[in-house]
Design a protein around this ligand. Structure first.
Ligand SMILES: Nc1ncnc2c1ncn2[C@@H]1O[C@H](COP(=O)(O)OP(=O)(O)OP(=O)(O)O)[C@@H](O)[C@H]1O
Ligand SMILES: [Mg+2]
Length: 244
């Protein structure tokens, strides 16, 4: 059903405490704490963000380094709680947030498929049924039985993408992982995202590649210094972003 809200972000702000001082020991920390000499600077990474995303929408999130994109994705994925405001997500969510998050470097690719799928909430039968498909998609050949510490970053991201998309999630969140794959794998990921799109999966993608955003997304949200400065059709927002 088109038009149904799947992700809603309401008045979300995120403030981090940043310790500006260099403290060399725990003792020094407590002395400063007792003397009330500890100074914390508050840093606002997100300021009053509001938007909703409907079922099946493919939305690009763009902005310069440090603008708050990953923080926002982590809040939507439930990895972090916002300082104020609320987020609601309907359905299952597959967050591809950092390359290698949820992976164990000492385990093989095959073992990590099980580990990561459990973390995403899937049972052994489901994983066994999808194992061949995941291995085939990742195209790691015999490296599938080699410990992950011997993988390149592109290889890890292939595996992560293969696992996250095999589960046919209601919501797929992709934070820049596409950037590490080579162009052939990126094309394959685009194709897969389009397939999921046809199957009604809602997708939220962060990318620094404007062409990638234009190709995949119909709508785009632009963050700058934690504030949302545009939300509209990709062509329009990308043109403004490129000409800033
Ligand atoms: N745990 C934290 N503690 C303190 N500051 C943080 C924390 N996490 C993020 N920040 C700060 O919040 C700001 C936004 O970070 P975020 O990772 O969301 O940016 P981004 O838009 O994803 O950037 P990039 O394009 O480089 O990935 C940055 O200034 C960062 O230093
Ligand atoms: Mg980021």
């Amino acid at each position: 059903m088109a038009g149904k809200t799947v992700i809603s972000v309401e008045n979300v702000s995120m403030t981090f405490n940043m310790n500006k001082e260099k403290i060399d020991s725990l003792k020094e920390y407590f002395i400063k704490l007792a003397k009330r000499q500890l100074r914390f600077k508050q840093f606002t990474a997100l300021k009053d963000i509001n938007f909703t995303i409907s079922k099946g929408e493919i939305v690009g999130l763009m902005g310069l380094n440090g603008s708050g994109k990953s923080t926002l994705l982590k809040i939507i994925a439930g990895v972090m709680k916002p300082t104020t405001g609320r987020v609601a997500v309907k359905g299952s969510i597959a967050p591809l947030i950092e390359v290698g998050a949820g992976f164990n470097a000492d385990l093989s690719g095959r073992e990590n498929i099980f580990l990561n799928s459990y973390l995403l909430g899937f049972n052994k039968k489901y994983i066994n049924d999808h194992l061949d498909e995941i291995i085939e998609f990742a195209e790691l050949g015999e490296f599938i039985d080699v410990p992950l510490k011997n993988y390149s970053s592109g290889m890890k991201s292939r595996l992560g993408f293969a696992i996250a998309t095999a589960v046919d999630p209601d919501v797929l969140i992709v934070d820049e992982v596409l950037a590490v794959g080579d162009f052939k794998f990126q094309q394959k990921c685009h194709k897969k995202i389009k397939e999921l799109m046809d199957g009604d999966t809602t997708v939220l993608i962060v990318s620094h590649n404007i062409n990638q955003i234009k190709e995949l997304c119909t709508r785009c949200i632009w963050l700058e210094k934690g504030k949302m400065i545009a939300d509209g059709p990709s062509e329009e927002v990308c043109a403004k972003y490129a000409n800033q």
